[in-house]
Design a protein around this ligand. Sequence first.
Ligand SMILES: C[S@@+](CC[C@H](N)C(=O)[O-])C[C@H]1O[C@@H](n2cnc3c(N)ncnc32)[C@H](O)[C@@H]1O
Length: 179
Amino acid sequence: MEVVVLRLGHRPERDKRITTHVGLVARAFGASGMLLASEDVKIKKSLAEVTERWGGSFYVRICENWRAELRRWKSEGGKICHLTMYGINLPEVIEEIRIEARRSKLMVVVGAEKVPFEVYELADWNVAVGNQPHSEVAALAVFLDWLFEGKELYKKFEGGELEIIPSARGKKVVRKSDY
Ligand SMILES: C[S@@+](CC[C@H](N)C(=O)[O-])C[C@H]1O[C@@H](n2cnc3c(N)ncnc32)[C@H](O)[C@@H]1O
């Protein structure tokens, strides 16, 4: 299942930490990449460093025109899910989204401040992770977990330099070049 996250409204000075966390969650929880709707090469670089160390093929692409990007995605048969507290609550739509995402591909849109109304109209689903305000990082994590039904927690990240060996106490990390 191809899932790409579109991060809207990123303000380089204010949002760098939270947008980095959106990218980290997207990568760790099974998305293929993140489109960033504003120029910020530092975020692209820091996520590329994470992928270099920890593996996988997650990408970050700066997209200059998110409207054109959403329209192109739709014209290629892709589906769009916008995460918003105003939407239909996740448990009611996740099965339909999963079925459609398996058939084609899925773009998950998260905002920063106010999201333009056009996004609500372009989206195939406006989905709430509970109808209370919280965070794009939390909304994305819960959404991806429900979409992948927990299987993303066992995702293997090929390549990279380091791998964690799960342990009840302490930190076990192996260097992949050693085996
Ligand atoms: C800090 S919120 C901003 C909310 C903003 N006031 C609005 O009108 O959408 C940033 C982003 O977090 C996500 N978000 C926050 N609460 C959510 C919820 N309950 N369900 C789904 N997404 C949520 C949305 O993607 C939202 O654009």
